[in-house]
Ligand binder design. Structure first.
Ligand code: MG
Length: 252
């Protein structure tokens, strides 16, 4: 596998395939994308913790999966309006600044930053992209952050803004060659896409692209991807994936 990563940076982060999808929330019933779920992913020793980024009407970047936060539409609400609502564990919606600042208290778990496509228009998606890269640089969070996105142009724009950034494409509709050509460093496709296009993992590896897959929750799918030398596996079941890795290690 030929991943293009500076060794000194790679060395300190956990060397495993586990990426907690929206943090590690399931076992302890934390809200998805909460600071509590991020802390749990760090506590488990995941290589990465994934989170989703939206932008409020007054251009504040916030962490949440859906386009709405407990019934309030993020894109058309101000940040202050969103503060009226809370997660069931009492947390407010995290700003990306707060989320990255929390994640940067440690340097073992990477922060997998999903740029959400705007439901308003493409221009808004690219504005979110620009503000995201600017914020990551302002906080000096580059070594923690790897970007993922469904919008092909957003990832190409990240590459333009920061040629050293790690960026993986999520949408599953481009060949490894096309993804590489646009400046991406990896594929992060639904696991079924690799089943339909059986040579893509090999092709991607030959191009120096990393392989990640979402959202892999069943042992048989995890094992197959491990056999195919996927660098990363994104899962709602990080504890289960760690168990499988431990068993395989003991069988070696
Ligand atoms: Mg996501």
């Amino acid at each position: 596998m030929s991943l293009i990563r500076p060794l000194e940076v790679m060395a300190q982060f956990h060397d495993n395939v586990v990426i907690a999808h929206r943090g590690a929330w399931k076992k302890n019933q934390y809200p998805e994308n909460s600071i509590a779920a991020l802390r749990e992913a760090i506590k488990l020793g995941c290589h990465g913790s994934e989170f989703d980024v939206h932008m409020t009407s007054d251009n504040v970047l916030v962490v949440n999966h859906d386009a709405e936060f407990y019934g309030l539409d993020i894109a058309t609400s101000t940040y202050n309006e969103l503060l009226a609502l809370k997660h069931p564990n009492g947390e407010k919606i995290p700003t990306v600044e707060e989320y990255l600042t929390e994640g940067m208290k440690q340097d073992k778990t990477k922060l997998i930053f999903e740029i959400k496509s705007s439901e308003v228009d493409k221009e808004r998606t690219l504005e979110l992209t620009k503000l995201s890269v600017a914020l990551v640089h302002h906080l000096k969070a580059q070594k923690w952050v790897e970007y993922i996105c469904f919008d092909f142009d957003a990832g190409a724009y990240v590459h333009e803004l920061d040629p050293n950034a790690h960026i993986a494409y999520l949408n599953g509709d481009k060949t490894p060659e096309e993804v590489k050509e646009a400046g991406y460093t990896g594929l992060d496709y639904h696991f079924s896409v690799y089943e339909k296009n059986r040579h893509w993992i090999k092709d991607a590896h030959e191009l120096g692209l990393s392989i990640n897959a979402w959202t892999v929750n069943k042992p048989e799918d995890m094992k197959r991807l491990l056999d195919q030398n996927a660098e990363f596996i994104t899962t709602n079941e990080p504890e289960l994936l760690f168990e499988i890795l431990e068993k395989r290690k003991n069988q070696e």
